[in-house]
Design a binder for this molecule. Structure first.
Ligand SMILES: [Zn+2]
Length: 132
């Protein structure tokens, strides 16, 4: 993966909070119903907490009942990339920020019509920007 925003782990440690670092750089998952945005219903844009890339729009956010912010579509598809994740004995699709390689969450195919996508994203990996 060719990254536009490339930093050393040391630089990321300085830039991010401990919890952000664990999720974005070490692929940790925040506990459900604990993040800042799972229940956020404001209108606006969700950016990558690592590099600021525009990732999701509140228009595609829906209540999945999982305790994590869930989106049916990325706002800017080019800023998102996916790869197979076989950790924890499961085969899942990992969702990453294409610009900085930060781990965002996972993509599941149990979302709403018509495409059934559920981008299950850690709040801590996002930075919400109210625009309305
Ligand atoms: Zn990023």
């Amino acid at each position: 993966m060719k990254l536009k925003t490339k930093k050393s782990e040391e630089e990321w440690l300085k830039k991010l909070t401990d919890q952000q670092f664990r999720v974005l750089r070490q692929k940790d998952t925040e506990a459900p119903f604990t993040g800042e945005y799972w229940n956020n219903h404001q209108k606006g844009i969700y950016r990558c907490a690592g590099c600021g890339a525009t990732l999701f729009d509140s228009d595609t956010k829906f209540d999945s009942g999982t305790g994590w912010p869930s989106f049916s579509d990325p706002k800017v598809m080019e800023n998102i990339t996916t790869q197979e994740d076989t950790s924890l004995g499961m085969v899942r699709t990992e969702v990453l920020c294409k610009k900085c390689g930060g781990h965002l969450g996972h993509l599941f195919m149990d979302g709403p019509e018509p495409n059934h996508c559920r981008y299950c994203i850690n709040s801590i990996a996002l930075k919400f920007e109210s625009d309305r």
